[in-house]
Design a binder for this molecule. Structure first.
Ligand code: HEC
Ligand code: HEC
Length: 401
């Protein structure tokens, strides 16, 4: 006979588990027990609750970027917004940052790899929640948001422009040069192309720093736990709670995807990184460190606005090491629903496929070997870190007088 407990859990999940339920009636009681454990809410230990709380609160309050003197300035944000959508920034006059980082696509393009003047070899990352990160790009080749914003302008595959082209545009266009003067207190230098170019990177960064993703079902759950409410009384779904428990426990995901933005900001070689069927190997962080050290625009260079020099410490310490070959930055996991496909090469089309590849990649201490159900729970949890699509477009900035 079916037990009372089994009957109760059957009612709660009648449709999904109808088949198991039938077996439960017809067969022995351990089948009933198995069905019950599928629907049971997990209980969280104090240690687990502590880890869950470390993934918030959201949004995170962050200070201005000391390396960028116009960070947080309203005039700079407005100017940066205009330039982000400005096709004349590109050498051909036909591409803008927003051609690949499309607002309605959560600031990516939903393509496998970005397409500018030609196709790139990496997936276009979203631009939300970038503020305060230490390294930028899948390979960490930039150490500030403003220097990362200069890279695509001069990359022949992206906007294919030059500092001279950019400085000329800002000098010659009356509206752009008026805005430049407003932000920097002086007109664009008539001779120093590079100084004008770097300042364009700084206003682009000021704009991107304002892009945050919204609060998610996970954040509601996390904050309720912080207030001391019991997980069993909360509306966060049972599979999401189970997925969360795997994420912070057996799955060991938190060791890399830590904190409110679900990344520790570091670089690793994972099974996902090696999943590059038809490509030549991407050196990842190995080449990124070399580019970073060679760049005139890194934080050790002359354009860092931080007078204390403290912000350059990490860049100074970075040394090229063989072990960095094939490593990629741990991506944040918010708003994944909106940013397919996944991984640095964009080879992986669904969240379920990421979890399947990534959860069995032997990167972790001991083999993970998550069961299919555990993988599904993880996917449900990852989906609960998303908000809805973003319909944002800039307001008309009006004329600069
Ligand atoms: C042709 C498509 C394309 C264009 C145009 C483009 N990007 Fe990107 N963006 C990418 C790709 C691909 C990456 C990843 C690059 C890498 O890791 O090597 C990227 C990376 C970034 C990042 C790093 C994000 C992170 O998580 O570290 C920032 C910031 C960024 N782009 C800003 C911009 C800005 C600002 C512009 C305009 C000046 C721009 N992009 C133009 C495709 C593009
Ligand atoms: C050793 C560090 C590490 C651990 C542990 C780890 N990840 Fe990752 N994760 C990464 C790195 C690095 C990437 C990017 C790999 C690439 O593109 O080559 C990534 C990529 C992802 C992506 C794709 C995101 C995107 O925007 O493309 C998802 C989803 C993800 N991980 C989820 C998980 C889950 C779930 C777990 C636990 C089962 C986990 N990760 C454990 C380092 C880690």
């Amino acid at each position: 006979m079916i037990s009372g407990t089994c009957r109760a859990s059957l009612t709660a999940s009648r449709i999904v588990f109808a088949a198991v339920g039938a077996a439960c009636i017809a067969m022995s009681s351990w089948v009933c027990w198995a069905e019950e454990s599928v629907t049971a809410r997990p209980s969280f230990s104090d240690r687990e609750i502590k880890i869950i709380l470390s993934h918030g609160p959201w949004p995170v309050p962050v200070a201005h970027d000391p390396t960028n003197r116009v960070s947080g300035k309203p005039d700079a944000i407005e100017f940066g917004t205009l330039l982000f959508f400005e096709q004349r920034l590109s050498g051909s006059g036909t591409k803008a940052c927003a051609s690949c980082h499309v607002p309605e696509r959560n600031w990516t393009d939903n393509l496998r790899t970005g397409v500018g003047m030609t196709e790139l070899d990496r997936n276009t990352p979203t631009l939300v929640n970038l503020r305060g990160q230490r390294w930028y790009g899948w390979d960490g080749a930039a150490d500030s948001l403003w220097s990362q914003s200069l890279r695509p302008i001069v990359d022949a595959r992206e906007l294919a422009a030059t500092p001279r082209h950019v400085a000329g545009l800002v000098r010659d266009d009356e509206q752009l040069s008026c805005r430049y003067r407003r932000v920097f207190g002086a007109p664009p230098s008539p001779t120093d192309d590079e100084a004008v170019f770097v300042n364009v990177g700084k206003v682009l960064a000021a704009f991107q720093e304002t892009l945050f993703s919204g609060r998610t079902p996970f954040d509601q759950f996390r904050d309720a736990l912080a207030r001391g409410e019991s997980p069993s009384s909360l509306s966060y779904s049972t599979p999401a709670q189970r997925g969360l428990q795997i994420f912070i426990g057996k799955g060991e995901c938190t060791s890399c995807h830590s904190g409110p933005n679900f990344t520790n900001g570091e670089f690793f070689n994972t099974g996902l990184s090696r999943f590059e069927p038809l490509r030549k190997p991407d050196p990842g962080r190995y080449a990124g460190i070399r580019q970073l050290r060679e760049s005139r625009f890194n934080l050790v260079g002359p354009y860092n606005d931080d007078p204390t020099g403290a912000s350059a410490a990490h860049t100074r310490q970075v040394a090229m090491a063989r072990g960095n070959y094939g490593e990629f930055k741990v991506p944040p996991l918010r708003n994944l629903i909106l940013t397919a496909p996944y991984g640095h090469a964009g080879d992986v089309e669904t969240i379920a496929e990421v979890v399947r590849l990534h959860a069995n990649d032997g990167q972790h201490a001991g083999a993970l070997n998550l069961t299919p159900r555990e993988q599904t729970d993880l996917v449900v949890f990852l989906e609960s870190l998303s908000t809805f699509s973003n319909p944002w477009r800039p307001d008309d900035a009006g004329r600069c007088e």
